[in-house]
Design a protein around this ligand. Sequence first.
Ligand code: CO
Length: 134
Amino acid sequence: MPRIKAINHIAVVVDDMEKSLAFWRDALGIEVHELHDVPVEKSQVAFLPLAGSEVELVRPTSEDSGIAKYLAKRGPGMHHICLEVDDISAMLARLKSMGIRLINEEPRTTADGRKYAFVHPESTSGVLVELVQI
Ligand code: CO
């Protein structure tokens, strides 16, 4: 059976990256490890690593992205929790077989080779859940 290993990151959707960094980076003092655009997700992301996990700040860079629609509807705030799994394909198959609603039925791959997929909040007590295999 596929196994969940850890909380990989917690993501916050933001409308103004500098304003958000004024809290997360400057006030809390968490170092920004990466700040870059993710064209395929039409967003800009900042990663602020902590011991064993990180905070991810996500800002839409296009009006027609899923993240922009989320921001327009609900405003800035908690966006998703990401769990690291040892076998994402096996976990997606397992969830699907149990009737869990998936946003991505097949994993997507990041530029650095991580596989990820999202589970619909309808099946998770209202929290968007990302699964990642590193
Ligand atoms: Co994420």
